[in-house]
Design a protein around this ligand. Structure first.
Ligand SMILES: Cc1cc2nc3c(=O)[nH]c(=O)nc-3n(C[C@H](O)[C@H](O)[C@H](O)COP(=O)(O)O)c2cc1C
Length: 208
């Protein structure tokens, strides 16, 4: 699979007119290739002093408005996005010699969108979102388990669990999207879409 994509390469004439359509194509190919969790992406943020931090999150939906993931707004990433909304999302599809890098501005999804997604999560994950004050210190594993058990008593299986106020989605509206295809001799293909002020996308080829 990796060799196949390396041989085929990526040319300007292959690209869709917008990065969302191109992403949809590559995302489908990543899924069909059997890659484990192709929706796992590295989300990098920077604090108000410009210090970066990265972590993996899961892409839950995407369309022409952007790329959406869900998290705790009080987490480190959430606090950093509050201070500086510019983020980078990187899909590391090593198994097929590809990566996609999105950079843009993150904004919170509306409460209705968050609540609709929260309802689709397994009961245990819903409780986990309540039990974990993400990124803050916790005294022990036992304390975390105790929190979870208390919540499980309050909301037994089958009972509706509301989305915590501090939990929700971010939609990253891209300003650039780079599609990277590994090739022979390190002469990889890199094609980057950039959003113009008039709302149209232009594509440039970058040296590998
Ligand atoms: C495969 C994978 C998927 C993950 N998906 C999410 C996710 O969708 N949302 C989330 O908040 N954390 C997710 N995490 C946990 C984050 O990587 C991270 O530990 C957590 O969000 C706290 O990050 P922060 O302290 O930098 O804010 C995932 C971790 C892995 C390894």
């Amino acid at each position: 699979m990796r060799a196949h994509y390396r041989d085929v390469g990526l040319s300007e004439s292959d690209l869709a007119p917008d990065p969302f359509t191109q992403f949809a194509l590559w995302f489908a190919q990543a899924g069909a290739s059997g890659l484990h969790e192709p929706n796992a992406m590295v989300c990098s943020t920077a604090d108000e002093r410009g210090r970066p931090s990265s972590r993996t999150v899961l892409l839950k939906k995407y369309d022409e408005r952007g790329f959406v993931f869900f998290t705790n707004y009080g987490s480190r990433k959430g606090r950093e996005i509050d201070a500086n909304p510019y983020v980078s999302l990187l899909f590391p599809w090593h198994g097929i010699a590809r990566q996609v890098i999105v950079s843009g501005r993150a904004e919170r999804t509306g409460r209705a969108e968050t609540a609709a997604y929260f309802r689709t999560r397994p009961h245990g994950s819903q409780l986990g979102a309540w039990a974990s004050e993400q990124s803050s210190r916790v005294a022990s594993r036992a304390e975390l388990d105790r929190m979870f058990e208390q919540l499980a008593e309050r909301y037994p299986e089958g009972e509706d669990v509301p989305a915590p106020a501090q939990w929700g989605g971010y939609r990253v509206r891209p300003e650039t999207v780079e599609f990277w295809q590994g090739r022979e001799n390190r002469l990889h293909d890199r094609l980057r879409y950039t959003l113009g002020e008039d709302g149209t996308w232009t594509v440039e080829r970058l040296c590998p």
